[in-house]
Design a protein around this ligand. Structure first.
Ligand SMILES: Cc1ncc(COP(=O)(O)O)c(C=O)c1O
Length: 450
């Protein structure tokens, strides 16, 4: 168990994605049509998604084969390494054994290409020519730009304005792969124009950018929409992460006691956790902690109810933890975690008590990120730095109790395009926003009536 790095071979890249839906303790509530308030069918989704992905969204198959063409592209960076954080453990003087799965080795620098490549493949196979999508941190947009380039598709990215301003080089990276990128809210869509008319200085949000990308796909014949998180098929594609971790722990002869990940829409967390949750549902004793920002605390302070996935009310209604779709989170530096909702699968598992959620402030998050960088070397993205914060807190608890717990967390992206955030932290300019309760209540008043 003491190797610093546990590696697998290309032949060990999983051959199927793990679908948790048939193993859930209670059925997943259906996605509803906002007009009829009745469950939607494949035809409602076909204008914006290819049929193969709609099929995966509702599939009851426990394992779904990964197409060979997708596994070939995965070989550019998969399997990813599992690290033992010896130096961080030493700095914390903890008996805990800390492991991290490093997804930052992908071309785009995060876990996002695991699904971007699969989505681009299925769109191409159906004859789609162009993809419209949103991006918060810029990680998802980069992943989709790379995936579209790989399969010869055009790509249009609506990038949340605050990230567009904070991370100009993420935009350059997307353009390098040939994507066209616009700051959202933009004048390119009715949704964007409507928001700018009322809030010309809007910093944007994932909810707004989703509205723009969905409208783009719905109004262009050759275009489909692609989402980087939240939906079942997106979480499904990420399960290569946890399946590889299981093979790596088998090689090491160990097993985690706690699995920790950050949650924006929940895809990286699901990716690492779902294969282990399968073991928990079969009786294994293991804890799961999803970490979210205090500035966008959907699980810890939201409601588990039906809501729109976007601000302009263009998407179907999904049952999830939500802060209300009109919620525009403060401009914290973890751009990928600024979302009002949470994936329906993660929401259900939290509601059933199978996993826990915790909210943290951004200054302690950056303190943890800097300690991690100074011990393990990798500069983490602000999003997984949320998981590092809670990993450190759990390891410090082990120091108190003397327990040698095995903690696994998902280092789902590097932070080399996030140095403006580190600069702001070092300059003492980061604020610890807790979203005001009255604003949460005001946004929740706008929930659709069911
Ligand atoms: C590096 C990174 N981690 C995490 C997230 C949050 O998304 P999710 O919860 O789907 O993993 C993002 C989203 O953009 C991201 O870029």
């Amino acid at each position: 168990m003491s190797d610093t790095k546990t590696l697998l071979e290309e032949k060990d890249i999983p051959k199927a994605w793990y679908n948790i839906i048939p193993d859930l303790p209670v059925p997943l509530p259906p996605v509803m049509h906002p007009g009829t308030k009745k469950p939607i069918g494949p035809d409602d989704l076909s204008p914006i998604f290819p049929m193969a992905l709609i099929g995966q969204e509702v599939s009851q198959e426990r394992y779904i084969e990964i197409p060979e063409e997708v596994r070939e592209v995965y070989k550019l960076w998969r399997p990813t390494p599992l690290y033992r954080a010896h130096r961080l453990e030493k700095a914390l003087d903890t008996p805990a054994h800390i492991y991290y799965k490093y997804e930052g080795v992908s071309p785009a620098g995060s876990h996002k290409p695991n699904t971007a490549v699969a989505q681009a493949y299925y769109n191409k196979a159906q004859g789609v020519k162009r993809i419209a999508t949103e991006t918060g941190a810029g990680q998802w947009g980069s992943a989709m730009a790379f995936a579209c380039r790989t399969f010869g598709l055009e790509c249009k990215v609506y990038m949340v304005k605050v990230s567009y301003q904070q991370k100009p080089y993420r935009r350059s990276m997307m353009e390098t792969w040939g994507a066209s990128v616009v700051a959202s809210p933009s004048m390119d869509t009715h949704a964007g124009q409507g928001i700018l008319a009322h809030h010309p200085d809007s910093p944007g949000s994932l909810g707004i950018a989703i509205s723009e990308a969905v409208e783009d796909a719905a109004t262009h014949e050759d275009t489909k929409y692609s989402l980087g998180s939240v939906l079942n098929h997106v979480l499904l594609h990420q399960t290569v992460i946890g399946q590889e971790c299981q093979a790596q722990f088998e090689k090491l002869g160990g097993y985690p006691d706690i699995v920790i990940g950050c949650v924006g829409g929940g895809s990286s967390f699901a990716g690492i956790a779902f294969p282990f949750i399968k073991d928990k549902l079969a009786g294994k004793n293991i804890r799961f902690i999803a970490v979210e920002p205090e500035a966008a605390p959907s699980i810890t302070r939201g409601q588990y109810t039906y809501d729109f996935g976007d601000t302009a009310e263009l998407t179907p209604l999904i049952k999830m933890y939500t802060l209300g779709h009109s919620f525009v989170p403060p401009a914290i530096h973890a751009g990928g975690l600024r979302y009002h909702g949470m994936s329906p699968l993660i929401s259900l598992l939290c509601n059933e008590g199978i996993m826990e959620a915790r909210a943290v402030h951004q200054n302690p998050v950056f303190e943890a990120a800097v300690l991690f960088a100074r011990t393990e070397g990798i500069v983490p993205a602000p999003e997984p730095a949320h998981a590092i914060r809670v990993t450190i807190d759990e390891a410090l608890k082990c120091r108190e109790t003397g327990e040698a717990k095995t903690i696994l967390f998902n280092l789902c992206g590097h932070g080399y395009f996030d140095m403006a955030a580190y600069d702001a932290y070092f300059a003492g300019k980061l604020e610890d926003y807790a979203y005001p309760q009255r604003e949460v209540e005001a946004a929740l008043k706008g929930l659709p009536k069911m």
